[in-house]
Structures are given as C-alpha cells and as structure tokens.
Design a protein around this ligand. Structure first.
Ligand SMILES: Nc1ncnc2c1ncn2[C@@H]1O[C@H](COP(=O)(O)OP(=O)(O)OP(=O)(O)O)[C@@H](O)[C@H]1O
Length: 263
C-alpha cells in the first residue's frame, strides 16, 4: 500500500469503501491531500462526496480501505493517540454549527477545546488569555477581528462561515475539510470564502479539500479537482486542465454517452 512520502502529504486515503443498506456509496476511493494544496471535490448529488469526508473525519465508519493522517493509519490507533491525530483534521460544514448566542471569539476559542485542560474548558470565562489572543489572531486572519464580541447569530451567513474557518485555525488543524461551505451563500460571499480557503492552504501550508457545487469557483481557486461519479473517483487533475467535457462526464454522463453515440 502506498504510504505518504513525507510530511508533504498529510492525508492519504486508499481504497475507501462504504455501503448503506447494501448499496455501495463509496467504491475504492483514493484521495491524497498535500500540504499547501487546495482541492475541490466535485460531483452530482449523491455521488458520495459528503460520505467520503465524513469517513475521513470519523463521523462514519468505512467498510474498507485506509486513512493515513501524517503517515499514521487511523484505523490502527486507539484512545488518546487516535484523538490527537483526529484533532489535526477540522471540518467546516454547510450548516455551520456555531453557537449562535455566543460571541464570534468564544466560538473560535472552542476550536481549542481538545487541547485545553479540563478545568479551563468548562466555561468561556475560564478560557486562558493566551487562547483568546490566538483566537483573535484567527479572527483577524479571516477579516472579522472587529466583530469578535458579537453574537454569531447576528453575523451574515458568509461571516459565520468565516468564523467557522477561524475556529478550524484555532484548532490548529493542518487538514481542513469543508463540506459545501458556500452552498447557502450569495455569489460574492461564496467567492470570498472559497478564496479564503485557497489562501489559507497556500499561506499556512494547510491541506484543504472543499466540496463545491460550483465548478466555476473550483476552477478559479482550486489547485486540483477530484471528481466523484457513483462513488468512484473518475477525475483527478490540476484545476486548470479540467475541461468542459470532463465536467459533462461528471454531471451528465448519460448525455455524454448519447452524444458520443450520435457522433
Ligand atoms: N446515513 C446514511 N444512511 C443511508 N444512506 C445514506 C446515508 N448517508 C448518505 N447516504 C446515501 O449515500 C449516497 C451518497 O450521499 P452523499 O451525501 O455522500 O452524496 P453527496 O455527493 O455529498 O451528495 P450531495 O451533493 O447531494 O450532498 C446518497 O444516495 C445518500 O442518500
């Protein structure tokens, strides 16, 4: 089995498979995420994109295959060691998962709960000053330092998604997986959030993968596009080399077949 060659490939997924009620949803999916790389996952509804990310983050248990984080296969680890490695991966969701009544700063601090001493994590009042400073820096990086004290529920959808990204930074995750992070955002906010994910990959050396339903955004911002069709990876190419025909094959394979047949 292929192993990551160096710290340059923090995530190596091989032969990932998953079925629900006997129906295969992922069929031997391979995925590498390199440090400093922004990958967009594309594919039609139901092609398995979310399930792949959920298996990687540990929200679903795969039926087969391997997931190696920084060269260590997660399936072979247990207890604190497994948890430590898991914390290096953060997930940003479409439906954001922030505590709306809490301030942006408190929400960002929550990214650090996994490494705080228990007594410091019981209430935001006990968060250490150093953590608040780090969270402020994360908010600053996503352009929201001036909204730090505001309850998250008062921020726009795009701003809330940027708070969720700041929380992933405060978690000190070096693998960031985003599942349709911009599906609920208007085009300008979507562009801003996807550009932010791409910038963070390059500037901080994070390995970032985002499920997108906008091929245009993927081509403008991603380094690489990975396409899923019926639970299989059928496309894995540099974003600037992905053609309209490649996208047709991903989203409308039946149309492409009939087009080929008619020519
Ligand atoms: N917990 C589950 N139980 C049963 N079936 C599931 C479960 N989760 C996902 N599925 C099924 O697996 C298939 C793939 O779902 P998944 O959400 O991974 O696709 P997707 O590519 O992310 O789709 P979308 O673009 O619509 O979000 C779908 O047919 C879905 O109904």
């Amino acid at each position: 089995m292929e192993r990551p060659t160096a710290s340059g490939t923090p995530l190596v997924v091989r032969g990932l498979s998953k079925s629900f009620s006997g129906t295969a949803v992922l069929d031997s999916v391979d995925l590498n995420l390199r440090a400093g790389e922004f990958v967009s996952l594309l594919g039609a509804n139901g092609s398995g994109k979310s399930t792949a990310l959920r298996c990687i983050i540990g929200l679903e248990t795969p039926d087969g295959g391997s997931i190696a984080i920084h060269g260590r296969e997660i399936g072979g680890l247990h207890g604190a060691e497994r948890a430590r490695l898991r914390w290096r991966t953060a997930m940003v969701f479409q439906d954001i998962h922030l505590v709306r009544r809490r301030s942006a700063l408190d929400n960002v601090c929550a990214g650090a709960l996994g490494r705080l001493k228990l007594r410091c994590s019981l209430t935001p009042l006990l968060f250490p000053a150093a953590l608040r400073e780090e969270a402020m820096e994360c908010l600053h990086r996503v352009g929201l330092a001036d909204r730090a004290a505001e309850p998250v529920g008062r921020l726009s959808g795009g701003q809330q998604q940027r708070v969720a990204i700041a929380r992933a930074l405060c978690q000190r995750a070096d693998i960031v997986l985003a599942d349709e992070p911009v599906s609920a955002l208007d085009p300008a906010a979507a562009e801003q959030v996807v550009a932010l994910l791409a910038d963070l990959a390059r500037e901080k050396g994070l390995a970032v993968a985002a499920v997108l339903h906008q091929p245009g955004l993927a081509r403008r911002h991603a380094d690489r596009i990975v396409g899923l069709l019926g639970g299989r990876v059928t496309l894995d190419a540099p974003a600037d080399q992905v053609s309209e025909a490649d996208l047709d094959a991903l989203y409308a394979p039946d149309r492409r077949i009939s087009r080929q047949e008619s020519t």
